[in-house]
Ligand binder design. Structure first.
Ligand code: CUA
Length: 332
């Protein structure tokens, strides 16, 4: 089976080992969720101790002893006071959890978008994420790059979520709660990651056979590193003389109906934008590492790396595969 390919290399600044844990938050919505989780765990922990304690006490205190009279112990039917207590107390607990949760949701969702915020549109596809920066003219896939948002320079990222096919769910546990990605509806999440690093997430709504291979990576850059990333992504696609034959081959194939390489005839939008393909760690949204060898296998037949992938097998000759792959790896 395919293993999850978690990029360990952190961007620029402090390195962090990616963990999809809600208990290691680095962004306000995720911090709020951890607080809420601790409250719920605290309350349920107290309930557990009381119930388990009383049960253990009863089991020991009233266990059968030698010399006990045979037969059933006295049966007690009904106690108004006890029944009232075990109805009212849980009800109050539910009310408290409901009100606190509602307040947190309200506070997160009501936050207005400040002027300096970065705007990103993330589009769910079976089975990958398209990532657009409408104001920066960047389109990429599966790996979301954002600037760090610290107290000195708050730069939250506001993410617009759309789907082109079925319901997906955007979830990067260290940054924010889950948000469904729904066709014909626009949802929104925001994050303000305080620590540079690499954070991992996953589509959290069953969306078809490759739901499990719809990984998300968020790279939080220090400010200057983010500017550099933006500049590199805005640069035109590489056009290396040595790869011209592969470039011509690419342009002559069905590839260009689905993929874009900016500045060429390829302007398809069904598949990931390939302008800077080689800046990404993985292909197939985490299905395989982005290496020349894997790219070749992917172009030959994506199903060998990701069963059910929507890209057709290209059925190319070996030499064409080599030529095409040699071109793809120049797209840095
Ligand atoms: Cu997309 Cu599950």
């Amino acid at each position: 089976m395919t293993v999850l390919l978690l990029p360990i290399a952190a961007a620029g600044g402090g390195a962090s080992v990616p963990t999809p844990s809600i208990f290691a938050p680095v962004s306000s919505p995720a911090l709020a969720i951890r607080e809420l989780a601790f409250l719920a765990l605290g309350i349920t922990g107290v309930i557990f101790v009381v119930v388990a304690g009383l049960t253990a006490y009863t089991l020991v205190r009233f266990r059968r002893r030698t010399g006990d009279r045979p037969g059933e112990p006295p049966q007690v039917y009904g106690s108004g006071r006890i029944e009232l207590a075990w109805t009212v107390v849980p009800f109050l607990i539910v009310v408290v959890l409901f009100l606190v949760t509602a307040r947190y949701i309200w506070e997160i969702e009501a936050r207005p978008q400040p002027a300096g915020a970065l705007e990103v549109t993330v589009v769910g596809n079976q089975w990958w994420w398209e990532i657009r920066y409408p104001k920066l003219g960047i389109v990429t896939a599966n790996e979301l790059h954002v600037p760090v948002s610290d107290a000195a320079n708050p730069t939250p990222t506001f993410i617009t979520l759309q789907s082109v096919d079925v319901i997906h769910s955007f979830w990067v546990p260290q940054l924010a709660g889950k948000m469904d990605v729904i066709p014909n509806k626009t949802n929104r999440v925001w994050i303000d990651p305080r620590t540079p690093g690499t954070y991992v997430g996953q589509c959290a709504e069953f969306c078809g056979v490759q739901h499990g291979l719809m990984l998300l990576t968020v790279v939080v850059h220090p400010r200057e590193a983010f500017e550099r990333w933006v500049a590199a992504q805005r640069a035109p696609a590489a056009d290396e003389p040595a790869a011209r034959s592969g470039r011509a081959l690419f342009a002559s194939l069905a590839c260009i109906n689905c993929h874009t390489v900016r500045g060429t005839a390829a302007n398809g939008v069904f598949g990931p934008d390939l302008t800077h393909l080689m800046t990404r760690w993985t292909i197939g949204a985490g299905a395989a590492r982005n290496t020349q060898e894997n790219l070749r296998a992917w172009v030959n037949d994506p199903a060998t790396l990701k069963e059910g992938a929507r890209m057709p097998a290209m059925k190319l000759s070996r030499s064409d595969l080599d030529t095409l792959t040699a071109y793809l790896v120049t797209l840095r």
